[in-house]
Design a protein around this ligand. Structure first.
Ligand code: NAG
Ligand code: NAG
Length: 409
């Protein structure tokens, strides 16, 4: 045997041993602690008590938060604030505003209408979401979010974002909708093939002890209005697709049939009409831009950034009949409510400090209050829906209070 050959074989062997030993050391010290499941910290989602329902005082309050544009928390600077405000302003101002709104309005539900995080400023989507929704998770108040056009610009796809959001504490968001089988109301099955992530509906039951304690008197529809799309060689915003509108029509029909079936109340007149519904999504529909939009309350201070494609959302909503108001975001400097085809469309107004805005024009948030009508002996169905906004100033000033809908006697 050639002694030289044998020497190099021994060297190779020793080298291999060294590599294996190094990998082993690396694994024990650095890698396996990160992979190991820490059973003490493992926890499941804290679930909101369902169903949502009106309070014993006959009210149900929703806080709408539009366009938080959360980035990396305290490291992310504010946009469009006064020069004197810039130095001490970050995403934490958005967090504090949310905490203050929750404390003051004590809502029964919080609806986030998209661009919850500003993907390109968030180095880790999951961390940004956890921080952005932190105050509402801490409050224990049920909430839901839909996506805007910026949420997916970080480390998660739209589907991943929605699944993550639906697993967060007290979240009622769903990635895919479910429909009730008519034969068995407890059995739910997912609706096949529908565009987008985050199309779902929630029902709000009547006041405890009332004739409507066990039925839905207010319905909340959530739709994914997408992000961007390339149409005929032009980049434009996305739109709500036919499959989503078909699903919405089916849900609305179910909700209305349910009402016709219910023989639980002797009070016919206030509830002989369907229970009202509210819809939430991010991108405005083209009719808001085209107009004419009537009864404007609030500020219309920027061009409406909508899709070039009109998929018939307005016609669908109008023909359904149950939707009384739609709540959108996207255009931070518009905070108005106005009517189209007899239906209210309301902007939330920009909430987040990292989102664009107008320096000296406070960030803002919308509140929606549904009030039950008085029946003969107890609370009946929804009698009135109101809305107002609050500014992030010292007093959280309340502005533009208005009635959106009232049941006709
Ligand atoms: C942001 O928060 C800080 C700390 O509370 C506060 O001093 C500052 O005025 C806030 N900035 C704005 C623009 O609200
Ligand atoms: C609602 O359901 C509860 C529990 O099943 C029942 O006790 C109550 O009578 C129901 N109320 C109405 C108005 O149907």
């Amino acid at each position: 045997m050639d002694p030289g050959n044998s020497m190099s074989w021994i060297h190779s062997f020793l080298y291999l041993c060294l590599v294996i030993a190094s990998v082993h050391v690396l694994n024990t010290i650095f890698i396996s602690p990160k992979l190991a499941l820490d059973h003490q910290n493992a926890r499941v989602k804290r679930v909101a008590p369902l169903p949502l329902r009106f309070r014993a005082d006959g009210t149900f309050t929703i806080l709408q938060v539009a366009d938080m544009h959360f980035g990396n928390g305290k490291l992310t600077r504010c946009r469009d604030v006064l020069e004197s405000e810039f130095e001490y302003c970050s995403d934490l101002n958005t967090t504090r505003f949310l905490e203050k709104m929750i404390q003051l309005e004590n809502p029964d539900f919080v609806a986030f209408t998209g661009d919850n995080i500003f993907g390109s400023s968030a180095s880790d989507a999951a961390e940004s979401l956890l921080e952005a929704f932190g105050p509402v998770m801490k409050s224990g108040i049920p909430w839901a979010a839909v996506l805007g056009n910026h949420d997916q610009e970080s480390t998660m796809t739209r589907e991943e974002l929605m699944s993550f959001i639906s697993l967060m504490d007290f979240s009622l968001s769903q990635t895919f909708p479910s429909v009730e089988e008519t034969s068995n109301h407890n059995k739910q099955h997912p609706v096949p093939k529908i565009d987008g992530f985050g199309n779902f509906d929630l029902r709000v039951w009547g006041a405890p002890g009332s004739s409507f304690a066990n039925s839905s008197v207010l319905n909340l529809y959530f739709l994914d209005s997408g992000d961007r799309a390339f149409v005929d060689g032009i980049w434009t915003y996305d739109w709500i697709k036919e499959s989503q509108l078909n699903w919405l029509r089916r849900v609305s029909q179910k909700v209305q049939e349910q009402k016709l079936d219910s023989k639980e109340s002797p009070i016919v007149s206030p509830h002989s009409t369907i229970s009202p519904s509210l819809a939430f999504f991010h991108i405005p529909i083209p009719e808001i831009k085209q107009g004419p939009i009537y009864n404007v309350v609030g500020k219309y201070r920027e061009w409406v950034a909508c899709s070039l494609v009109n998929s018939g959302v307005l016609n669908t909503l109008v023909s359904m009949g149950d939707v009384k108001a739609v709540f959108i975001g996207h255009d931070h400097k518009n905070d108005f409510c106005g009517t189209l085809g007899g239906l209210w469309f309301c902007y939330g107004g920009g909430f987040g400090y990292h989102g664009y805005g107008k320096a000296g024009w406070p960030r803002r948030s919308r509140v929606i209050l549904a009030e039950l009508a008085k029946g003969e002996k107890s609370w009946s169905g929804v009698g009135r829906i109101k809305t107002w906004k609050r500014l992030d100033d010292e007093k959280l000033s309340k502005i533009d209070e208005q009635i959106l809908w009232e049941r006709r006697p």
